[in-house]
Design a protein around this ligand. Structure first.
Ligand code: KIV
Ligand code: ZN
Length: 521
């Protein structure tokens, strides 16, 4: 029997980015958007253009860059929002405006302070205005699952009449259960005139841990678009996880008669990219992309797996991009083998980037007996060390232990000049960061400091993420090193370099300032 095609609408860059601490830079958003496009996502919700100039710019850049997918911008029901969204997606091959308004009694009364009849009027006006700008318009009934059915039928009918091509019924607060959500779509498709003129969409939040189950139930009720995010990031408990919904459809094709256009072998790579750029770790036991998702620890399970992998595996690791193989890398590995390894891990780097990562790999292989795939991924995720970097770590010596005070002696190369300082702090990391601040006084605030071990063992690399915030925006940088303090210093310096490069691009060279010899830093 032929399967029904379900559209994958990814909102990692909008609903995902909206959650506290997940903000991404323009470059990072472009990287994610390009990967989503390559992976086969049908619609990329790139942002909320009216929210800020930065959001507008990223939606508009993504619209220009994406080759295949529809690019969508979010808008409230007001004219300014809709026009701004239309402007941002103007250059997309396939542009979409997604406009929404709340329809539940509690949202209309307290949030909008509007009578239902006024809301109904705004639905018609907003959709019609968006349709004047683009042929593809999605309309959402915010808090749809807590909306009275008669009113929901009226607003959906009005949206379709005004030209909406997709109707989304969000479970904004993660309140529904599968049977109820499925019945809601069945009810709408039965009762609303011309319901067959639009594609119905699910959008589920995970407050009760049912976002994916509810999304699949919505499909069984007649929806044909799933709104989701990589790693399930999003407001509060997050959104339905793209990788889970897609793999459930693929693995249980016997009971879910659907298919998607996603190349599932790219899921792991996409998950890692989103985790790296947001610094949101993926929980170890996360379905599909967690590091333990395909690990078999107990003797009984291992024995079964050795006899036949179907004993304990319902999908293969390869199907989601976890490679079992492994070219083992060490200090004798050459450039060619290294390039092959990167390919196996899903990275295609340009010549400069390859040279830079290869040099750091050699350095690591000299210091560490076994270099695992995860070590190489951490080196790539650290990003390119470029000529643009004005600050470089020359030397760091830290005295730590129970006899305090902890002391860091740091030498930096700033624009080719070496400078050294010694600072104390409340612990070795604090002393190291204090030394950086002593050499490079700045006002950027440390918003995130996170460390995780890349692999097991006491010689594992520490991957450190640092986020610095300045004047309402922030940058995140990472560094990996078997020495946690060296990784911490390099991550902090990399964030400072990024802030300076951003300031230089924006034409305000002096956003970070320092003592005279540093000139312009
Ligand atoms: O959760 C929600 O209701 C939303 C809408 C803006 C679609 O994200
Ligand atoms: Zn949402």
């Amino acid at each position: 029997m032929s399967k029904d095609r379900v559209l994958i609408f990814d909102t990692t860059l909008r609903d995902g980015e909206q959650c506290p601490g997940a903000s991404m830079t323009l470059e990072e958003k472009l990287q994610v958007a390009e990967l989503l496009d390559e992976m086969g996502v049908d619609i990329i919700e790139a942002g909320f253009p009216i929210a800020s100039n930065g959001d507008f710019e990223s939606v508009s850049e993504i619209a220009k860059r994406v080759k295949r997918a529809t690019v969508c911008g979010l808008a409230r029901a007001g004219q300014k929002d809709i026009d701004r969204a239309g402007e941002a997606v103007r250059h997309a091959k396939n542009p979409r405006i997604h406009t929404f308004i709340s329809t539940s009694p509690v949202h209309m009364k307290y949030k909008l302070q509007m009578e239902p009849e006024k809301v109904l009027e705004m639905v018609t006006q907003s959709v019609a205005r968006a349709r004047n700008l683009v042929p593809d318009v999605e309309w959402s009934a915010e808090d749809g699952t807590r909306t009275e059915h008669d009113f929901l039928c009226r607003v959906v009918e009005a949206a379709i009449k005004a030209g909406a091509t997709t109707i989304n019924i969000p479970d904004t607060v993660g309140y529904t259960v599968p049977e109820e959500y499925r019945a809601l779509f069945e009810m709408l498709r039965n009762r609303v005139p011309n319901a067959d003129k639009a594609i119905f969409s699910v959008h589920c939040h995970n407050d009760l841990g049912m976002a994916v189950a509810n999304s699949l139930a919505g499909l069984q009720g007649g929806a044909r678009q799933i709104e989701c995010t990589l790693n399930g990031i999003g407001e509060r408990a997050g959104n339905a996880a793209l990788e889970e919904a897609v793999m459930a459809i693929k693995t249980r094709g016997d009971v879910l008669n659907f298919e998607t256009g996603i190349d599932t072998t790219m899921l792991m790579r996409a998950s890692k990219l989103v985790s790296a750029v947001t610094s949101f770790p993926v929980q170890y036991n996360k379905a599909i992309v967690g590091r333990n998702a395909f690990a078999h620890e107990s003797g009984i399970h291992q024995d079964g797996m050795l006899k036949n992998n179907q004993t304990y595996e319902i999908m293969t690791p390869e199907s989601v991009g976890v490679s079992k193989t492994s070219l083992v890398m060490g200090k004798h590995s050459g450039r060619h083998a290294f390039r092959e390894k990167l390919k196996e891990l899903g990275y295609e780097l340009g010549e400069n980037a390859l040279e830079d990562v290869f040099r750091r790999f050699k350095d690591l292989a000299d210091r560490k007996k076994h270099v695992y795939d995860e070590d190489i991924e951490a080196l790539v995720d650290e990003g390119l060390h470029t000529e643009e970097d004005r600050i470089k770590l020359v030397a760091l010596t830290v005295i730590a232990g129970t006899q305090g005070p902890q002391l860091a002696t740091l030498t930096l190369d700033v624009d080719g000049v070496h400078r050294t300082v010694q600072s104390s702090g409340n612990g070795p990391v604090d002393a190291t960061f204090a030394a950086i601040k002593a050499l490079l006084p700045h006002e950027a605030k440390l918003e995130l400091y996170q460390v995780h071990a890349v692999t097991e063992g006491t010689d594992a690399q520490a991957e450190v993420s640092v986020r610095l915030g300045e004047e309402g925006s922030s940058v995140t940088a990472r560094a990996a090193d078997p020495d946690t303090l060296a990784a911490s210093a390099r991550a902090y310096l990399s964030a400072l370099n990024k802030l300076m490069q951003r300031a230089a691009r924006g034409g305000h060279e002096r956003r970070l300032h320092s003592t005279a010899p540093l000139g312009g830093v």
